[in-house]
Design a protein around this ligand. Structure first.
Ligand SMILES: Nc1ncnc2c1ncn2[C@@H]1O[C@H](COP(=O)(O)OP(=O)(O)OP(=O)(O)O)[C@@H](O)[C@H]1O
Ligand SMILES: [Mg+2]
Length: 283
């Protein structure tokens, strides 16, 4: 069961300023290259990715499967080292991992911990006292209407509940930047819509900078301030599109919006080109 917080037909509470040029640059990927070694020889996953991300921006990333999207986030959070290039956060090229919350591609709540213990895990790592941890996890679980499930284990939760748990676990330690890799991928359309609205609500409240990967171009346009399209592997930035659709956005009726339809067609053509290249294995 999914709680009633996210109302599919209702818009988010706050209006977000959409003029990107006013916002400070917070994070820069500068010419990031990542080559993996594998038994079949080297694989170049990323080949000179440069993107500037602004404070409080909701940036979405799309690209063919295998083009290096997860790799880019893994390099950002320090799970992988770039082969060359750099990532600059607040003008410094050492990314403080405490500044970044990561919702990974696979649902990865710890099965041996309850939902509450999962949400508190990053706080434990940071030495936050138990009573403060309890306050924080309670507040976040209430926000996503999961307070009644705090003492359940992940196997007792639905897929949508686990994903809400994943999101608040990544937010619990107050990171400045939230990165999300296909967070709603395996969910059905209705649950996905609920969680998209929920995420926009949280974003409107907390104004985190978000980098959000998705296979679903509708989702990328519906949520993002800008959509970056990556090329077939090796991944490079093919284009970046500003999504000039005012907020709050009514996600359920966005297909009626002419700007949305034109962006969907334009970006869809670009993406289709890259998917074809990747499928043909010509890179
Ligand atoms: N640890 C690794 N060792 C070797 N090759 C890897 C490793 N991780 C990823 N790759 C390769 O790097 C490329 C990019 O992988 P990545 O997971 O970043 O793609 P992706 O864009 O996230 O794909 P998807 O949309 O399917 O999740 C792929 O060719 C993949 O096989
Ligand atoms: Mg991936």
């Amino acid at each position: 069961m999914i709680g009633p917080l996210a109302r599919p037909s209702s818009p988010v509470r706050s209006v977000i300023v959409s003029d990107q040029s006013e916002r400070r640059m917070v994070l820069q990927f500068r010419n990031v290259v990542k080559k993996y070694k594998s038994e079949r020889g080297p694989v170049t996953a990323l080949d000179g990715v440069s993107i500037d991300v602004r404070e409080g921006e909701f940036l979405t990333l799309v690209g063919p499967s295998g083009c290096g999207k997860s790799t880019l986030l893994n390099v950002l959070v320090g799970l992988e080292l770039p082969t060359s290039g750099e990532i600059v956060l607040d003008g410094r090229n050492a990314v403080d991992r405490k500044a970044v919350g990561y919702v990974m591609q696979n649902d990865n709540l710890y099965p041996w911990r309850t939902l509450r213990e999962n949400v508190e895990f990053p706080l434990e790592l940071r030495g936050i006292a138990p009573c403060e941890r309890g306050d924080i996890s309670r507040r976040y679980l209430e926000k996503v209407r999961l307070a009644d499930f705090a003492d359940r284990y992940p196997y007792e939760l639905s897929g949508g509940m686990r994903q809400r748990g994943n999101i608040v676990r990544a937010l619990s330690f107050s990171p400045r930047i939230l990165v999300m890799d296909e967070p709603f991928g395996p969910l059905d359309a209705q649950t996905r819509l609920l969680l998209q609205n929920l995420l926009l609500d949280l974003w409107a409240e907390e104004r985190k900078t978000i980098i959000f990967i998705t296979h679903d171009l509708h989702e990328a346009i519906a949520l993002g301030d800008r959509v970056a399209v990556l090329t077939a592997r090796p991944g490079r930035v093919k284009s970046i599109h500003t999504i000039d659709i005012p907020r709050p956005r009514d996600l359920r009726h966005l297909h009626e919006n002419a700007t949305y339809r034109s962006l969907l067609s334009r970006i869809g053509d670009e993406l289709a080109e890259e998917i074809q290249v990747q499928a043909g294995g010509s890179r």
